[in-house]
Design a protein around this ligand. Sequence first.
Ligand code: GLY
Length: 391
Amino acid sequence: MQTRETFAAHPMITDEEICRALNHAAEQVRRQLPEFYDCFPAAASVDNFYPKTANDDWTNGFWTGEIWLSYELTKDNAFKEAALHQVKDFKERMIKRVVVDHHDMGFLYSPSCVAAYKLTGDETGKEAALMAADNLLGRFHEKGEFFQAWGQVGDPDNYRLIIDCLLNMPLLFWASEVTGDDKYKSHALRHIRTSMKYVIRDDASTYHTYFFDPRTGDPVKGVTAQGNRNGSIWARGQSWGVYGSAISYKYLKDPVYIENFRRVTECFLNHLPSDLVPYWDFDFDDGSDEPRDASSAAIAACGMLEMAKYLKPEEAEYYRGCARRLLKALTERCLYRDGTQTNGILLHSTYAKSSQWNTVSDGGVDECCIWGDYFYMEALVRLSMDWETYW
Ligand code: GLY
Protein backbone atom coordinates (compact mmCIF):
# COMPACT_ATOMS: atom_id res chain seq x y z
CA MET A 1 0.00 0.00 0.00
CA GLN A 2 1.09 3.58 -0.58
CA THR A 3 -0.01 6.88 0.85
CA ARG A 4 0.47 10.16 -1.00
CA GLU A 5 3.55 10.72 1.18
CA THR A 6 5.21 7.33 0.64
CA PHE A 7 4.50 7.52 -3.10
CA ALA A 8 5.91 11.06 -3.34
CA ALA A 9 9.17 9.84 -1.78
CA HIS A 10 9.91 7.70 -4.86
CA PRO A 11 12.30 9.16 -7.46
CA MET A 12 11.10 10.42 -10.84
CA ILE A 13 12.61 9.45 -14.15
CA THR A 14 14.75 12.27 -15.56
CA ASP A 15 14.65 13.61 -19.13
CA GLU A 16 18.03 12.01 -19.80
CA GLU A 17 16.82 8.63 -18.51
CA ILE A 18 13.69 8.92 -20.66
CA CYS A 19 15.80 9.57 -23.74
CA ARG A 20 18.05 6.61 -22.98
CA ALA A 21 15.17 4.22 -22.24
CA LEU A 22 13.26 5.24 -25.34
CA ASN A 23 16.26 4.77 -27.62
CA HIS A 24 16.88 1.40 -26.00
CA ALA A 25 13.24 0.40 -26.63
CA ALA A 26 13.36 1.58 -30.25
CA GLU A 27 16.59 -0.40 -30.76
CA GLN A 28 14.70 -3.54 -29.75
CA VAL A 29 11.91 -2.72 -32.21
CA ARG A 30 14.51 -2.24 -34.94
CA ARG A 31 16.21 -5.52 -34.03
CA GLN A 32 12.91 -7.43 -34.21
CA LEU A 33 11.64 -5.78 -37.41
CA PRO A 34 12.88 -8.46 -39.87
CA GLU A 35 11.41 -11.24 -37.68
CA PHE A 36 8.00 -9.57 -37.30
CA TYR A 37 7.54 -7.95 -40.70
CA ASP A 38 5.00 -10.29 -42.31
CA CYS A 39 3.71 -11.54 -38.97
CA PHE A 40 3.27 -10.31 -35.39
CA PRO A 41 4.59 -11.05 -31.92
CA ALA A 42 2.05 -13.08 -29.93
CA ALA A 43 0.10 -11.37 -27.13
CA ALA A 44 2.58 -12.60 -24.53
CA SER A 45 6.09 -14.00 -24.61
CA VAL A 46 7.08 -17.53 -23.61
CA ASP A 47 10.18 -17.50 -21.41
CA ASN A 48 10.51 -13.84 -22.43
CA PHE A 49 10.51 -14.51 -26.20
CA TYR A 50 7.47 -13.70 -28.28
CA PRO A 51 6.52 -16.45 -30.70
CA LYS A 52 5.28 -15.40 -34.14
CA THR A 53 1.57 -15.14 -34.77
CA ALA A 54 -0.76 -14.19 -37.61
CA ASN A 55 -2.96 -11.09 -37.50
CA ASP A 56 -5.71 -12.86 -35.55
CA ASP A 57 -5.70 -11.67 -31.95
CA TRP A 58 -6.92 -8.51 -30.17
CA THR A 59 -3.32 -7.45 -29.61
CA ASN A 60 -1.76 -7.17 -33.09
CA GLY A 61 -2.15 -3.39 -33.32
CA PHE A 62 0.35 -2.82 -30.50
CA TRP A 63 3.33 -4.10 -32.47
CA THR A 64 2.47 -1.85 -35.41
CA GLY A 65 2.01 0.94 -32.86
CA GLU A 66 5.51 0.33 -31.52
CA ILE A 67 6.82 0.61 -35.05
CA TRP A 68 5.00 3.93 -35.51
CA LEU A 69 6.37 5.26 -32.22
CA SER A 70 9.87 4.23 -33.33
CA TYR A 71 9.29 6.04 -36.61
CA GLU A 72 8.21 9.19 -34.79
CA LEU A 73 11.30 9.00 -32.62
CA THR A 74 13.85 8.32 -35.36
CA LYS A 75 12.15 9.49 -38.58
CA ASP A 76 13.73 6.41 -40.15
CA ASN A 77 11.75 5.35 -43.22
CA ALA A 78 12.47 1.66 -42.55
CA PHE A 79 9.93 1.90 -39.69
CA LYS A 80 7.40 3.76 -41.83
CA GLU A 81 7.67 1.24 -44.63
CA ALA A 82 7.24 -1.72 -42.24
CA ALA A 83 4.24 -0.15 -40.49
CA LEU A 84 2.51 0.69 -43.78
CA HIS A 85 3.14 -2.88 -44.94
CA GLN A 86 1.27 -4.13 -41.87
CA VAL A 87 -1.56 -1.65 -42.36
CA LYS A 88 -2.43 -3.48 -45.60
CA ASP A 89 -2.77 -6.66 -43.57
CA PHE A 90 -5.15 -4.93 -41.14
CA LYS A 91 -7.39 -3.99 -44.09
CA GLU A 92 -7.30 -7.58 -45.36
CA ARG A 93 -8.26 -8.73 -41.90
CA MET A 94 -11.42 -6.60 -41.97
CA ILE A 95 -12.31 -7.68 -45.51
CA LYS A 96 -11.86 -11.36 -44.67
CA ARG A 97 -13.35 -10.88 -41.18
CA VAL A 98 -10.52 -12.72 -39.43
CA VAL A 99 -11.42 -12.84 -35.72
CA VAL A 100 -13.24 -9.50 -35.67
CA ASP A 101 -16.44 -10.59 -33.92
CA HIS A 102 -15.50 -8.83 -30.67
CA HIS A 103 -15.22 -5.27 -29.40
CA ASP A 104 -11.45 -4.72 -29.56
CA MET A 105 -11.53 -2.75 -32.78
CA GLY A 106 -9.85 0.25 -31.12
CA PHE A 107 -6.97 -1.73 -29.64
CA LEU A 108 -6.41 -3.21 -33.09
CA TYR A 109 -6.99 -0.26 -35.39
CA SER A 110 -6.02 2.90 -33.43
CA PRO A 111 -2.26 2.31 -32.98
CA SER A 112 -1.92 0.71 -36.42
CA CYS A 113 -4.32 2.24 -38.96
CA VAL A 114 -5.47 5.49 -37.33
CA ALA A 115 -1.79 6.17 -36.60
CA ALA A 116 -0.94 5.50 -40.26
CA TYR A 117 -3.58 7.95 -41.41
CA LYS A 118 -2.61 10.65 -38.90
CA LEU A 119 1.12 10.33 -39.59
CA THR A 120 1.14 9.81 -43.35
CA GLY A 121 -2.40 10.40 -44.68
CA ASP A 122 -2.47 6.73 -45.70
CA GLU A 123 -5.87 5.98 -47.27
CA THR A 124 -5.63 2.22 -46.68
CA GLY A 125 -5.27 2.88 -42.96
CA LYS A 126 -8.25 5.23 -43.04
CA GLU A 127 -10.47 2.76 -44.91
CA ALA A 128 -9.48 -0.14 -42.64
CA ALA A 129 -10.08 1.88 -39.47
CA LEU A 130 -13.50 3.04 -40.70
CA MET A 131 -14.46 -0.56 -41.45
CA ALA A 132 -13.40 -1.47 -37.92
CA ALA A 133 -15.48 1.39 -36.47
CA ASP A 134 -18.55 0.21 -38.42
CA ASN A 135 -17.91 -3.31 -37.19
CA LEU A 136 -17.82 -2.11 -33.59
CA LEU A 137 -21.13 -0.24 -34.01
CA GLY A 138 -22.74 -3.60 -34.76
CA ARG A 139 -22.09 -4.68 -31.17
CA PHE A 140 -24.10 -1.88 -29.55
CA HIS A 141 -27.17 -2.76 -27.50
CA GLU A 142 -29.92 -0.15 -27.45
CA LYS A 143 -31.28 -1.85 -24.35
CA GLY A 144 -28.57 -1.36 -21.76
CA GLU A 145 -26.71 1.15 -23.98
CA PHE A 146 -23.33 -0.54 -24.24
CA PHE A 147 -21.02 -2.40 -26.60
CA GLN A 148 -20.99 -6.12 -25.93
CA ALA A 149 -17.41 -7.24 -25.43
CA TRP A 150 -17.27 -10.87 -26.38
CA GLY A 151 -19.30 -13.63 -28.00
CA GLN A 152 -22.20 -13.63 -30.39
CA VAL A 153 -24.12 -10.35 -30.23
CA GLY A 154 -27.14 -10.77 -27.96
CA ASP A 155 -25.98 -14.06 -26.39
CA PRO A 156 -27.41 -13.89 -22.83
CA ASP A 157 -24.24 -15.45 -21.38
CA ASN A 158 -22.16 -12.68 -22.90
CA TYR A 159 -24.52 -9.76 -22.33
CA ARG A 160 -21.91 -7.57 -20.67
CA LEU A 161 -19.44 -4.75 -21.12
CA ILE A 162 -15.85 -4.70 -19.89
CA ILE A 163 -13.79 -1.80 -18.56
CA ASP A 164 -11.05 -2.33 -21.19
CA CYS A 165 -13.51 -1.19 -23.87
CA LEU A 166 -13.05 2.45 -22.86
CA LEU A 167 -9.86 2.30 -24.94
CA ASN A 168 -11.88 1.19 -27.97
CA MET A 169 -13.90 4.43 -27.91
CA PRO A 170 -11.31 6.77 -29.49
CA LEU A 171 -11.68 4.86 -32.77
CA LEU A 172 -15.33 5.94 -32.83
CA PHE A 173 -14.59 9.60 -32.02
CA TRP A 174 -11.99 9.59 -34.79
CA ALA A 175 -14.49 8.00 -37.22
CA SER A 176 -16.99 10.81 -36.53
CA GLU A 177 -14.26 13.39 -37.07
CA VAL A 178 -13.18 12.06 -40.45
CA THR A 179 -16.63 11.17 -41.81
CA GLY A 180 -18.61 14.05 -40.27
CA ASP A 181 -21.16 11.43 -39.18
CA ASP A 182 -22.07 11.78 -35.50
CA LYS A 183 -23.38 8.23 -35.16
CA TYR A 184 -20.00 6.89 -34.04
CA LYS A 185 -19.47 9.41 -31.27
CA SER A 186 -23.08 9.31 -30.06
CA HIS A 187 -22.77 5.56 -29.50
CA ALA A 188 -19.38 6.03 -27.81
CA LEU A 189 -20.89 8.61 -25.47
CA ARG A 190 -23.70 6.28 -24.44
CA HIS A 191 -21.30 3.38 -23.87
CA ILE A 192 -18.97 5.54 -21.77
CA ARG A 193 -21.88 6.80 -19.67
CA THR A 194 -23.05 3.25 -18.98
CA SER A 195 -19.55 1.92 -18.27
CA MET A 196 -18.61 4.66 -15.87
CA LYS A 197 -21.88 4.32 -14.00
CA TYR A 198 -21.51 0.60 -13.34
CA VAL A 199 -17.86 -0.43 -13.38
CA ILE A 200 -16.64 2.13 -10.81
CA ARG A 201 -17.49 0.99 -7.31
CA ASP A 202 -18.23 3.41 -4.45
CA ASP A 203 -14.62 3.17 -3.21
CA ALA A 204 -13.26 3.98 -6.73
CA SER A 205 -12.03 0.46 -7.34
CA THR A 206 -13.44 -1.12 -10.49
CA TYR A 207 -15.20 -4.20 -11.78
CA HIS A 208 -13.62 -5.84 -14.78
CA THR A 209 -16.95 -6.69 -16.44
CA TYR A 210 -20.61 -5.83 -15.85
CA PHE A 211 -23.63 -7.90 -16.88
CA PHE A 212 -27.02 -6.55 -17.99
CA ASP A 213 -30.39 -8.19 -18.36
CA PRO A 214 -30.86 -9.00 -22.08
CA ARG A 215 -34.66 -8.59 -21.85
CA THR A 216 -34.75 -5.21 -20.12
CA GLY A 217 -31.20 -3.83 -20.34
CA ASP A 218 -31.21 -3.37 -16.56
CA PRO A 219 -27.87 -3.70 -14.71
CA VAL A 220 -27.36 -7.10 -13.09
CA LYS A 221 -23.92 -7.52 -11.52
CA GLY A 222 -20.18 -6.93 -11.71
CA VAL A 223 -18.09 -10.03 -12.37
CA THR A 224 -14.40 -10.52 -13.03
CA ALA A 225 -12.93 -12.45 -15.94
CA GLN A 226 -9.19 -11.89 -15.39
CA GLY A 227 -9.08 -10.55 -11.84
CA ASN A 228 -8.53 -12.69 -8.75
CA ARG A 229 -12.22 -12.56 -7.69
CA ASN A 230 -15.36 -10.55 -8.40
CA GLY A 231 -14.78 -8.10 -5.56
CA SER A 232 -11.02 -7.65 -6.07
CA ILE A 233 -9.16 -4.96 -8.00
CA TRP A 234 -7.60 -6.40 -11.14
CA ALA A 235 -4.58 -4.15 -11.64
CA ARG A 236 -4.91 -3.85 -15.40
CA GLY A 237 -8.64 -3.25 -15.21
CA GLN A 238 -7.99 -0.38 -12.82
CA SER A 239 -5.40 1.05 -15.20
CA TRP A 240 -7.82 0.78 -18.15
CA GLY A 241 -10.11 2.82 -15.89
CA VAL A 242 -7.40 5.46 -15.37
CA TYR A 243 -6.62 5.84 -19.08
CA GLY A 244 -10.29 5.37 -20.05
CA SER A 245 -11.39 8.23 -17.76
CA ALA A 246 -8.76 10.54 -19.26
CA ILE A 247 -9.85 9.65 -22.78
CA SER A 248 -13.51 10.11 -21.87
CA TYR A 249 -12.74 13.61 -20.63
CA LYS A 250 -10.64 14.37 -23.70
CA TYR A 251 -13.57 13.72 -26.03
CA LEU A 252 -16.58 14.65 -23.92
CA LYS A 253 -15.25 17.42 -21.65
CA ASP A 254 -17.71 16.43 -18.94
CA PRO A 255 -16.17 17.31 -15.52
CA VAL A 256 -17.60 14.09 -14.10
CA TYR A 257 -14.80 12.23 -15.94
CA ILE A 258 -12.12 14.37 -14.27
CA GLU A 259 -13.56 13.38 -10.93
CA ASN A 260 -13.70 9.72 -11.99
CA PHE A 261 -10.09 9.98 -13.14
CA ARG A 262 -8.96 11.44 -9.81
CA ARG A 263 -10.69 8.73 -7.77
CA VAL A 264 -9.75 5.74 -9.93
CA THR A 265 -6.14 6.95 -10.18
CA GLU A 266 -5.80 7.50 -6.43
CA CYS A 267 -7.09 3.97 -5.87
CA PHE A 268 -4.51 2.61 -8.34
CA LEU A 269 -1.64 4.49 -6.71
CA ASN A 270 -2.70 3.58 -3.16
CA HIS A 271 -2.56 -0.12 -3.97
CA LEU A 272 0.98 -0.17 -5.35
CA PRO A 273 3.60 -2.19 -3.48
CA SER A 274 6.78 -0.59 -2.17
CA ASP A 275 8.71 -1.03 -5.47
CA LEU A 276 5.80 0.46 -7.51
CA VAL A 277 5.52 -2.52 -9.86
CA PRO A 278 1.86 -3.58 -9.48
CA TYR A 279 0.90 -7.10 -8.51
CA TRP A 280 -1.46 -8.53 -11.15
CA ASP A 281 -4.34 -8.08 -8.71
CA PHE A 282 -4.44 -5.74 -5.72
CA ASP A 283 -5.51 -8.58 -3.46
CA PHE A 284 -1.71 -9.02 -3.29
CA ASP A 285 0.85 -6.67 -1.78
CA ASP A 286 4.39 -6.62 -0.41
CA GLY A 287 5.58 -10.05 0.67
CA SER A 288 3.42 -11.96 -1.81
CA ASP A 289 5.09 -14.17 -4.40
CA GLU A 290 2.23 -13.66 -6.87
CA PRO A 291 3.42 -12.27 -10.22
CA ARG A 292 3.42 -8.61 -11.23
CA ASP A 293 1.73 -6.81 -14.06
CA ALA A 294 4.17 -4.10 -15.17
CA SER A 295 1.93 -3.34 -18.17
CA SER A 296 -0.74 -1.92 -15.87
CA ALA A 297 1.67 0.74 -14.58
CA ALA A 298 2.59 1.71 -18.15
CA ILE A 299 -1.10 2.07 -19.08
CA ALA A 300 -1.83 4.14 -15.96
CA ALA A 301 1.16 6.41 -16.69
CA CYS A 302 -0.22 7.11 -20.19
CA GLY A 303 -3.61 7.95 -18.69
CA MET A 304 -2.06 10.39 -16.22
CA LEU A 305 -0.04 12.09 -18.95
CA GLU A 306 -3.16 12.40 -21.12
CA MET A 307 -5.26 13.84 -18.27
CA ALA A 308 -2.52 16.30 -17.30
CA LYS A 309 -3.17 18.12 -20.59
CA TYR A 310 -6.59 19.26 -19.35
CA LEU A 311 -5.85 20.11 -15.72
CA LYS A 312 -4.73 23.31 -14.01
CA PRO A 313 -0.89 23.56 -13.81
CA GLU A 314 -0.48 22.43 -10.20
CA GLU A 315 -2.65 19.33 -10.53
CA ALA A 316 -1.19 18.56 -13.97
CA GLU A 317 2.30 18.61 -12.43
CA TYR A 318 1.16 16.25 -9.71
CA TYR A 319 0.01 13.64 -12.23
CA ARG A 320 3.06 14.13 -14.47
CA GLY A 321 5.17 13.50 -11.38
CA CYS A 322 3.19 10.33 -10.62
CA ALA A 323 3.75 9.10 -14.18
CA ARG A 324 7.48 9.85 -13.92
CA ARG A 325 7.68 7.84 -10.69
CA LEU A 326 5.98 4.85 -12.28
CA LEU A 327 8.26 5.06 -15.31
CA LYS A 328 11.36 5.28 -13.13
CA ALA A 329 10.32 2.06 -11.36
CA LEU A 330 9.49 0.31 -14.65
CA THR A 331 12.75 1.41 -16.24
CA GLU A 332 14.84 0.26 -13.28
CA ARG A 333 13.07 -3.03 -12.62
CA CYS A 334 11.40 -4.16 -15.86
CA LEU A 335 13.16 -2.69 -18.91
CA TYR A 336 14.96 -5.39 -20.92
CA ARG A 337 18.74 -5.44 -20.58
CA ASP A 338 19.90 -6.78 -23.95
CA GLY A 339 18.70 -8.74 -26.96
CA THR A 340 19.84 -12.09 -25.57
CA GLN A 341 17.47 -11.84 -22.61
CA THR A 342 14.23 -11.27 -24.55
CA ASN A 343 12.79 -10.05 -27.83
CA GLY A 344 10.39 -7.81 -25.91
CA ILE A 345 10.84 -4.53 -24.07
CA LEU A 346 9.04 -4.56 -20.71
CA LEU A 347 9.49 -7.64 -18.53
CA HIS A 348 7.24 -8.81 -15.67
CA SER A 349 3.73 -8.41 -17.03
CA THR A 350 0.90 -10.88 -16.59
CA TYR A 351 -1.74 -11.54 -19.23
CA ALA A 352 -3.94 -14.01 -17.34
CA LYS A 353 -3.52 -15.74 -14.00
CA SER A 354 -6.01 -18.37 -12.92
CA SER A 355 -7.56 -18.37 -9.47
CA GLN A 356 -10.25 -20.41 -7.80
CA TRP A 357 -12.75 -17.63 -8.58
CA ASN A 358 -11.96 -16.48 -12.12
CA THR A 359 -12.54 -18.11 -15.49
CA VAL A 360 -9.11 -17.91 -17.14
CA SER A 361 -6.20 -20.31 -17.45
CA ASP A 362 -2.63 -19.24 -16.78
CA GLY A 363 -1.13 -17.52 -19.82
CA GLY A 364 1.64 -14.98 -20.15
CA VAL A 365 2.43 -15.04 -16.42
CA ASP A 366 5.50 -12.92 -15.56
CA GLU A 367 6.26 -12.40 -19.24
CA CYS A 368 6.44 -9.57 -21.74
CA CYS A 369 2.99 -8.58 -22.98
CA ILE A 370 2.86 -6.72 -26.25
CA TRP A 371 0.60 -3.92 -24.93
CA GLY A 372 3.01 -3.46 -21.99
CA ASP A 373 5.84 -2.82 -24.45
CA TYR A 374 3.64 -0.45 -26.47
CA PHE A 375 2.27 1.61 -23.55
CA TYR A 376 5.71 1.83 -21.90
CA MET A 377 7.01 3.35 -25.14
CA GLU A 378 3.94 5.58 -25.51
CA ALA A 379 4.42 7.00 -22.01
CA LEU A 380 8.09 7.78 -22.70
CA VAL A 381 7.21 9.34 -26.05
CA ARG A 382 4.57 11.49 -24.35
CA LEU A 383 7.27 12.83 -22.02
CA SER A 384 9.81 13.46 -24.74
CA MET A 385 7.88 15.23 -27.50
CA ASP A 386 4.67 17.05 -28.24
CA TRP A 387 2.93 13.88 -29.31
CA GLU A 388 -0.32 13.67 -31.23
CA THR A 389 -2.01 10.64 -29.74
CA TYR A 390 -3.21 7.66 -31.81
CA TRP A 391 -6.18 7.34 -29.42
N1 GLY B 1 -7.98 -6.22 -22.83
C1 GLY B 1 -7.61 -7.48 -22.32
C2 GLY B 1 -6.55 -7.41 -21.29
O1 GLY B 1 -6.24 -6.33 -20.78
O2 GLY B 1 -6.02 -8.46 -20.97
